[in-house]
Design a protein around this ligand. Structure first.
Ligand SMILES: Cc1ncc(C[n+]2csc(CCOP(=O)(O)OP(=O)(O)O)c2C)c(N)n1
Length: 665
């Protein structure tokens, strides 16, 4: 073995040792994957990855995504060895413990240098498509001088078996994302045992069929891996997949190559045997000086590239530099607020009867020209979600100047890619499908909420009001299910003015994802433009006096029904106040006094109405409340017939109020 080979082997063994020792100390975790991929990762970091460990957020760094998030010790070891300030050795020793930066799976925000949260298999691969797409779009705008980086992603069999994997692979292939390089940990093992138990797929053929450049190497031959990555980088018009044949738990004397190394500590004897087999006689967590120094050198290797980038940044034209900086900071230009205010004034005069999906499009028509950060799209429902505006050209394989992504029927990958774009920075992604199909988006929406990302979901056809498509398409429990996700804003506007306000809230929420819930059917304008943005408080009094003894609370398309019920009650001499509640989360964040003013004191008769499941509404109803809504699935019919059939009417709301008043004395 020559000197260079020996040094590389030692560097990879440092990763192996840290992974097995940290997992052993924590008495839980996954040593097999880091031990298997240590050689590949050593080649990637030492020869190719452009990064500077002292500046983890440098915008033009290459991105390294560990989609196989259970192998978190691979990432943590690399971060420690290369010198990330947030990853001292102590953090490795506290792997998986409360308050450490080394959670079981990598968590975005826990340590600078973790690019995304991974663990739910396939998500990282979907994110990587978004990262690579963002890179391409920004390079088109700001030039290769300023935006010139690769996205590397490590996926295992799990990521490739997951359905989201297929969506992500075909989307990346279709768009020809040449700077996306996937290193497949081709070890043939998952939790249950050999992958032959559950799959006989030829991944290489599958990737090739999706338009990827495909190679296959021995993942323990650093020279072969080097050649393959070099080749992949030179393929500019296709994403690249390198199937790296590896042995899971490489070095473990009896367990290597078996599922026993996947997700449990190796045990003291096996670790002692591995130390011997690998030629690593050092104590746990001890990295000998020359090996440590070699790794630290790699961590500093990107410094000169970063300095040169800083010089180019300083030399940019002032306006371009200001724009790049603004976009990377994620600030919204003031023109957006002005455009929204002007829109509200106009619709307050015109009082259109638009579906809120149409209102959303009209809002986007005024926002998109002044917000170049916005990149829209839809999962093959562009004409239904109304997500495309006149100024947006499609993003295509040959043209990165577009700002509209035809995601195809790939809801899950769309949402995962949007997470990647938001994480990359410089882009504000929004994308649409039907509200019922948030079920297909939910895993990525949940991660956007966990990470605190500004991703905007345009979810139309939001109730039985969509009509004849019937129960499969009519969301029932979806509002409740989305409202149950911590940190997610669910906004359901009642008319064009609230729709504009909801868009403003979504755009100004730098660290929160937002679902904007919109109707297919037309709705009257129920609001005046007013001062400021009333929707930011989540709920507000739309009509009536705070002193009235009945509160009628509704969101979206049912606000008009509450207004109708108020008129009916007035005929009986009962005064009622209508509360429009576009957002539970924003209302819950108000102080008690405000919430008390809007809902009235406890004991107030409150009737809530939403053409959806009532699950959770008791939160706002108090001791004398009732809910008018759906009790089961919908049906296929005209919207007006369905509202009558399911008893979601102004009459039903008024009747519920009368009954509560009567019962309560
Ligand atoms: C969506 C999802 N389903 C299931 C799991 C549980 N899980 C974690 S790792 C794993 C097996 C992954 O196999 P592979 O990618 O081959 O990893 P390796 O065994 O090579 O480490 C499973 C099923 C998960 N993390 N995410």
């Amino acid at each position: 073995m020559n000197e260079q080979t020996a040094a590389r082997r030692d560097m990879a063994n440092a990763i192996r040792a840290l992974a097995m020792d940290a997992v052993q100390q924590a008495d839980s975790g996954h040593p097999g994957m880091p031990m298997g991929m240590a050689d590949v990762a050593t080649v990637l970091f030492s020869k190719f990855l452009k990064f500077d460990a002292s500046e983890p957020s440098w915008p033009d760094r290459d991105r390294f995504i560990l989609s196989a998030g259970h192998g978190s010790m691979l990432l943590y070891s690399l971060m420690y060895l290369t010198g990330y300030a947030d990853m001292p050795l102590d953090e490795l020793k506290r792997f998986r413990q409360l308050g450490s930066r080394t959670a079981g799976h990598p968590e975005y925000g826990h340590a600078a240098g973790i690019e995304t949260t991974t663990g739910p298999l396939g998500q990282g691969l979907g994110n990587a498509v978004g990262f690579a797409l963002a890179e391409r779009l920004l390079a088109e705008r700001f030039g290769r001088e300023m935006v010139d980086h690769y996205t590397y992603v490590i996926s295992g069999d799990g990521c490739l078996m997951e359905g989201i994997g297929q969506e992500a692979i075909t989307l990346a292939g279709h768009l020809g994302l040449g700077r996306l390089i996937l290193l497949f940990d081709d070890n043939g093992i998952s939790i249950d045992g050999p992958t032959s138990l559950s799959t006989s797929e030829d991944h290489k053929k599958r990737f090739a069929a999706a338009g990827w450049h495909v190679q296959s190497v021995d993942g323990h031959d650093p020279d072969a891996v080097t050649r393959a990555i070099r080749k992949a980088r030179n393929v500019t018009d296709k994403p690249s997949m390198i199937a790296c044949k590896t042995v899971i738990g490489f070095g473990a004397p009896t367990k290597a190559g078996t599922a026993a190394t996947h997700g449990s500590p190796l045990g003291k004897d096996e670790i002692a045997g591995a130390r011997e087999k690998l030629g690593w006689p050092y104590p746990p967590f001890d990295i000998p000086e020359p090996i440590f120094t070699a790794w630290r050198k790699i961590g500093a290797r990107g410094k000169s590239a970063r300095r040169k980038w800083m010089q180019r940044h300083a030399a940019m034209a002032d306006a371009d530099r200001a724009e790049l900086d603004r976009r990377l900071k994620g600030d919204i230009p003031p023109e957006v607020g002005e455009a929204i205010a002007a829109f509200k004034t106009k619709v307050a005069t015109d009082k259109p009867s638009w579906a809120t999906r149409k209102s959303s499009q009209e809002v986007l028509e005024v926002i998109n020209p002044v917000l170049p950060d916005a990149v829209g799209g839809s999962a093959d429902l562009t004409g239904s979600n109304n997500t495309k505006t006149a100024s947006l050209k499609p993003v295509t394989r040959g043209d990165g100047a577009g700002r509209y992504v035809y995601y195809g029927i790939r809801e899950h990958a769309m949402c995962a890619a949007m997470n990647g774009m938001a994480l990359h920075g410089g882009i504000i992604p929004y994308g649409g499908t039907f509200l019922a199909f948030t079920d297909y988006c939910r895993p990525s929406i949940r991660l956007a909420a966990l990470m605190g990302l500004r991703v905007i979901y345009v979810m139309t056809h939001d109730s039985i009001g969509l009509g004849e498509d019937g129960p499969t398409h009519q969301p029932i429990e979806h509002l409740a299910a989305l409202r149950a996700i911590p940190g997610l804003q669910v906004l359901r506007p009642a008319d064009a003015i609230e729709t504009a306000e909801c868009w403003q809230i979504a755009l100004e929420s730098k660290h929160k994802p937002t679902v904007i819930v919109l109707t297919r059917q037309n709705l009257p304008t129920v609001r005046e433009a007013g001062e400021g943005n009333s929707s930011t408080r989540g709920a507000y009094i739309l009509a009536g006096e705070p002193s009235a003894d009945v509160r009628l609370i509704a969101s979206g398309s049912e606000v008009q029904l509450a207004l109708g019920a108020r008129d009916l009650l007035a005929k009986d001499g009962i005064s009622a106040t209508v509360v429009s509640m576009p957002s539970w989360e924003l209302f819950a964040a108000q102080d008690d006094t405000y919430r008390g003013q809007v809902l009235g004191p406890d004991g107030t008769v409150r009737v809530a109405c939403e053409a959806a499941a009532g699950f959770g509404w008791e939160r706002w109803l108090g001791t004398r409340g009732s809910f008018v809504g759906m009790k089961g699935f919908g049906a296929s019919a005209k919207a007006a017939d369905l509202y009558k059939h399911f008893g979601i009417t102004a009459e039903a709301i008024a009747e519920a109020a009368r009954r509560l008043r009567h019962n309560g004395g």
